[in-house]
Design a protein. Structure first.
Lengths: 247, 290
């Protein structure tokens, strides 16, 4: 009888070993897929940052094309790996990739329409990628909020860039948007469980909001002290009457 | 107007234009001069702009390629790490009964790691600035060194040295280019990790009763630790090594304590069922197979 128990114990442990090995291999594939999503989403974000008032449409068009490439190529790989299994167990493996993806998608939507891409719309774009026989893989709220927090950092960078290009109204639009995000999230975050990441991101978000506000303030209130840029219609003493010089 | 070479730079022209504008009486006469110098400034600026753009375009391509290569190297390194760890786990299953089969499987797996994953890494790195990407592939190489040296030790009780390892890697490299060799730093970092695995192996052997094997491991580790303690203070860039030296010291102490406890206090222990020691509680009882 001791041998029987021994064999059945061995078999049981053999099954545990196989299960754990498969889980670890799946986790490894998911980490790789997540890294691919992260890198390509970052490329989309860099593309959006190249925007200025002259090339807005081409830049956004290319960004949307790249973003759909990311969705169809890399996010679909992730969905295939995760579907039908305990995807919550592997959340820490794919969360960074999903956050970057949310960041890129919301940034594109904002630059196009000035509105926030909400979670339902995002999940609607992901729906076709899932196998219809199984429960579709949806981005969960936590990853979405973490991605939104990163979005504010990118919007800060965009706003500073727009100010240095002279597009002050655009920067003020971004300022209002980021302020609203920060305001709403400040009410939500204390009520979240498992909110250590969010608390760190809220501090960073506050810094971003302050940076944008300071920059808009400096340009708006102190703008009259600055020598206006060559090519603007403001009359100012040193270059009065000189025609526009294209650099 | 006679122009020296320096006068042609656009910035200088701009300064001249501003100076000219400030002098009112001659404004109308110099207006036409201003226009033509503005046109020249514009053309030259466009030329400079497009050649700068090209240069920056090349920089952008170079950096993009480097980042993509780094990403592939990181992925290859992760594969090497995971499969080397599997080899190490395989070696840990060793016991005095199955020593040959376990080591045979471990060596087979290690050869697979070498031919499949390390060769991928070698292909990516060859011919490029592989030192620049060292931080990307270093963890994988360290695990590989750890696995290979552990196998060699379990087989022969000796240390697999760097030249032997690089000789194994030589066939993987493209003969037309300089072969990719494991550098001394990654090798030493791998050796430091090896001592941790040897500590685990030694404790395992003691709990199986193979005390002589554990003492062999103990001497081996003591020697590695002794030699490395002399080398590490002289190393540049030795922050990683210093941390690993502290961990190594803990490993050596653990093994020494374990061997001591078993050796010196062994008589206090009830000898294992099946051993030939006569002891009071089980005197005369026949061997029981578990």
């Amino acid at each position: 009888m001791a041998t029987e128990t021994e064999t059945s114990l061995k078999d049981a442990f053999g099954k545990y070993a196989d299960f754990l090995n498969n889980l670890n291999e799946k986790r490894e594939r998911i980490v790789k897929a997540s890294r691919d999503i992260t890198i390509n989403s970052k490329k989309v974000i860099f593309q959006v940052h190249r925007i200025n008032k002259y090339n807005k449409d081409e830049v956004l068009e290319k960004a949307e094309k790249d973003l759909s490439a990311v969705t169809n190529q890399y996010v679909s790989r992730l969905v295939k790996e995760l579907q039908g299994c305990d995807f919550w167990k592997l959340r820490r493996a794919y969360s960074p990739g999903v956050q970057e993806y949310v960041e890129a998608a919301t940034l594109c939507k904002f630059c196009k329409s000035g509105t926030l891409l909400n979670l339902d719309e995002m999940n609607a774009t992901l729906l076709p990628l899932s196998d219809p026989s199984e429960e579709p893989l949806q981005i969960n709220i936590l990853d979405y909020l973490l991605g939104l927090a990163d979005l504010t950092g990118e919007l800060m960078r965009l706003a500073i860039g727009r100010i240095s290009d002279g597009e002050i109204e655009y920067a003020e639009k971004i300022c209002k948007f980021v302020r609203e995000l920060h305001r709403e999230l400040t009410l939500v975050v204390p009520l979240m469980d498992d909110s250590h990441d969010m608390k760190t991101k809220m501090e960073v978000m506050l810094q971003s909001v302050m940076k944008i506000e300071n920059a808009c303030f400096s340009v708006h209130v102190r703008g009259s002290e600055y020598i206006p840029m060559l090519g603007s219609s403001d009359q100012s003493y040193p270059l009065m009457g000189v025609p526009n010089i294209d650099p």
